[in-house]
Structures are given as C-alpha cells and as structure tokens.
Design a binder for this molecule. Structure first.
Ligand code: HEM
Length: 205
C-alpha cells in the first residue's frame, strides 16, 4: 500500500502555483483528513447508511463539475466520477432498501448554489478537492468501503497528470490567491457535509 501511495504521489511534478495552493490549503486538508467522519471511513466503522448519504450529497457536485468543466474539455470516461458514484449508490440502495433522497438527508444545496454561480476558472476548486481526494486519500479510504468503484482508476498516474494539468491551465500569479480562497471554501463545505452526516442518527432497521 505504501509503495502504491508513493507511486501515486510521484505521478506529477506540480508547478510553482500548484505548490503554493497545496501549501496554503494544507491546514484545511489535514483537518478534513482527521475529521471523525473521514476517520470512520478509514477504520471501517462508518455505516453503509451514512456512506450512502455522503455519496448522494457529493453526486450533484461531481455532476456539476463534469457538466461545466469537462464539456469544453472532454476527458477519458474513466475520469467521469459521477458514473462510478451512480453505480456505487445503486448498490447501496439495493443493499439497504431505502430512499436516500429524503429532504432530511440532503445537505449540499448551499455548496451547489455557490458552485453554479461562480466564475468558471474558480469552479476548478471543486475539481481539485474532489478528484484529487479520490486519487490520493481515496486509495487509503477504499480499503474499508463496501462499494468503492469511485476510488478505482484504470491508469491512476496518468489520470492524476490530466487533472493536475487542467487545474494548472490558467492558474497564474494574478489568480492564485483567489483560487486558494476557493479551495479553502470548498474544504469548508466538505467539512460541513461531514459534520451534518456525522450528527445524523443511524437508520433504525
Ligand atoms: C483518509 C484521508 C486522507 C488521506 C490519508 C489523504 C492523503 C493525501 C495524500 C498522501 C496526498 C498527496 C500529498 C502529496 O502530494 O504529497 C493528498 C493530496 C490531496 N488530498 Fe488528501 N487525503 C485524505 C483525505 C482527503 C479529503 C477528504 C480531501 C478533500 C475533501 C482531500 C483532498 C486532497 C487534495 C486536494 C490533495 C492534493 C494536494 C496537492 O497536492 O495540491 N484529501 N491527500
């Protein structure tokens, strides 16, 4: 696993602006990595119910990123994360036999609205935090997730390069600080989502 992770981390040599983004958002990354909700995914104590709610809330964010950012820049279908999430969600719905679209399980409205109305370049903040989370942390997270196709990539090293190049395209001196602000905001939305799902009572059987 460690060798696999090392292979993933060395996939791409980031440019100076990417390095700046990583440095300036490290605090938020490390906080989300240690969030009890994310920790429970890693140690295998997160219920299928809560993980399904999590996926269902993330799905519209992934779909929006794909619709806005991949439309003019088509990518290999292995990078269409929403397809994999849909498949995983269908498996959970079959397993649990529940309706996860109930209003009390939806926590993504603010994040989604915010995303939809922002500048196209700044929308890449979600591409950055969601796709790279699946590609890096996801390789650890997936070990204890029942239906985990979201974290599976046919050619991870190459796909990391594609996503990183998309992010670096247009990232420069003039907008890097703004981009950092957006990444920190996207982390914050993610943290709020993790808090909300963590607080939910388990579904009684
Ligand atoms: C189990 C939890 C997690 C672990 C162990 C983990 C671990 C890692 C590792 C090892 C890297 C590569 C760092 C490098 O290039 O040196 C990374 C990068 C990254 N992770 Fe995580 N991560 C976790 C959760 C998350 C979550 C939940 C998110 C987003 C919500 C996230 C977003 C990112 C992003 C955006 C990067 C790219 C940073 C950059 O190079 O600019 N990670 N993570």
């Amino acid at each position: 696993m460690l060798l696999h992770l090392l292979n993933v981390i060395t996939a791409y040599r980031p440019n100076k602006f990417s390095k700046q983004v990583k440095k300036a958002t490290k605090e938020k990354h490390d906080a989300i990595e240690k969030h009890p909700f994310i920790k429970s995914m890693i140690d295998g104590t997160l219920s299928d119910f809560k993980y399904a709610i999590y996926l269902n809330n993330l799905l519209p964010i992934y779909k929006a990123v794909e619709m806005f950012l991949f439309y003019s820049n088509p990518v290999d279908k292995d990078l269409l994360q929403s397809r994999k999430i849909n498949n995983d969600l269908n498996e959970y719905i079959r397993l649990l036999g529940i309706n996860i679209d109930r209003p009390e399980y939806i926590f993504n409205k603010e994040w989604l609205n915010y995303f939809l109305f922002k500048d196209k370049f700044l929308q890449k903040a979600e591409l950055y935090i969601r796709w790279l989370a699946d590609m890096y942390g996801g390789q650890i997270i997936k070990r204890n997730i029942r239906f985990n196709s979201k974290y599976n990539f046919n050619d991870l090293r190459n796909e990391i390069k594609i996503i990183r190049r998309m992010i670096e395209d247009g990232l420069d001196e003039a907008n890097v600080e703004r981009f950092i602000e957006e990444v920190n905001k996207a982390y914050e939305f993610h943290r709020q989502l993790a808090d909300k799902i963590n607080e939910l009572p388990e579904r009684s059987l």
